[in-house]
Design a protein. Structure first.
Length: 299
């Protein structure tokens, strides 16, 4: 059954209903957040699961209604329940856009070649598109959209006072998957820096427990990506390599079920390095391509 966990010492007008979709990529399941009392906002309705829909509706008090459904990004474990919840409540669905919106031209070209698409909610269409800085308000609450591309081109975080709903961009239990072409490592690192420029008390992610020290976690994630980049460059100093080969050289003790995710993250680093003219692909950039250092312009 879905879990109803209320984080301690947070806003009393906040509720959590956790979807029953635990996995290596979702921790105990997707966190569906209910904001406010009376007319409430639901953030990340979660996967298309009838029991989870019933649990969200059951979490509402007598006389309460859902006035807005907000989606951080169009991965199915966050967005797929949105149409059913909208039908059940009459509330509009708000998001940056579709699963492919927010991608750079280079990533659009890679997607056209058939790369990527894992976990996307291809049918997702919000009723209302949110732009960076746009606010959504209800009785006693105001949420501000912050465009944080990286994990997905259309990823949004939401600010509620000093609390931040961080989706899959910042989590306490794991780093984020950045999987091209929908994922973009350069954009991800810039979004980390942008969030780090603002004061926060707590992040409430799409999976796992709250992030109690956002500044420290943001710094840790940025440092992790910097270390991974240096490891990739050191490995490429020995010879050109594919993402799969680099994973074998860099990662140790990684469970087999996470190897593909690691390859996608490495590919994202390589494409970012290529954009910065530090590495180049031997052939057309792809998950199977070899990459090598651009020796004329060392990092």
């Amino acid at each position: 059954m879905p879990r109803h966990d209320m984080p301690a010492n947070l806003n009393p007008d906040l509720r959590l209903v956790r979807a029953p979709n635990p996995s290596a990529m979702t921790e105990q399941g997707t966190n569906t957040w209910i904001v406010g009392r009376g007319a409430v906002a639901v953030i990340d309705p979660g996967p298309a699961d009838g029991a989870h829909l019933a649990a969200i509706l059951a979490a509402l008090g007598r006389g309460e209604r859902v006035s807005h459904i907000l989606v951080t990004h169009a991965h199915a474990d966050h967005s797929a329940l949105a149409p059913a919840l909208a039908r059940a409540t009459g509330a509009p669905v708000l998001a940056f856009g579709t699963a492919r919106d927010g991608m750079t031209p280079a990533m659009v070209q890679m997607a056209a070649d058939g790369t990527g698409g894992e976990g996307l909610d291809h049918g997702f269409r919000p009723d209302i598109r949110l732009s960076d800085g746009q606010t959504v308000a209800g009785a006693g609450w105001t949420l501000t959209a912050i465009h944080t591309p990286g994990h997905l081109g259309g990823h949004l975080c939401f600010r509620w006072g000093m609390l931040g709903f961080s989706g899959d961009h910042v989590m306490a239990w794991s780093t984020s998957l950045v999987s091209p072409p929908e994922g973009n490592m350069g954009a991800y690192r810039r979004s980390l820096a942008r969030l780090a420029s603002q004061p926060w008390t707590t992040f409430l992610p799409g999976h796992g427990p709250p992030v109690a020290d956002p500044a420290a976690r943001l710094a840790e994630l940025a440092a992790h990506r910097g270390r991974r980049e240096r490891e990739i460059l050191a490995a490429l100093h020995t010879a050109p390599a594919t993402p799969a080969r680099l994973v074998k050289m860099i990662y140790t003790g990684l469970p087999a079920g996470l190897l593909k995710a690691a390859e996608r993250n490495v590919l994202a680093h390589l494409l970012d390095l290529e954009q910065r003219n530090i590495v180049e692909s031997v052939a057309t950039p792809s998950p199977a391509a070899e990459f090598r250092l651009v020796h004329a312009k060392p990092p």
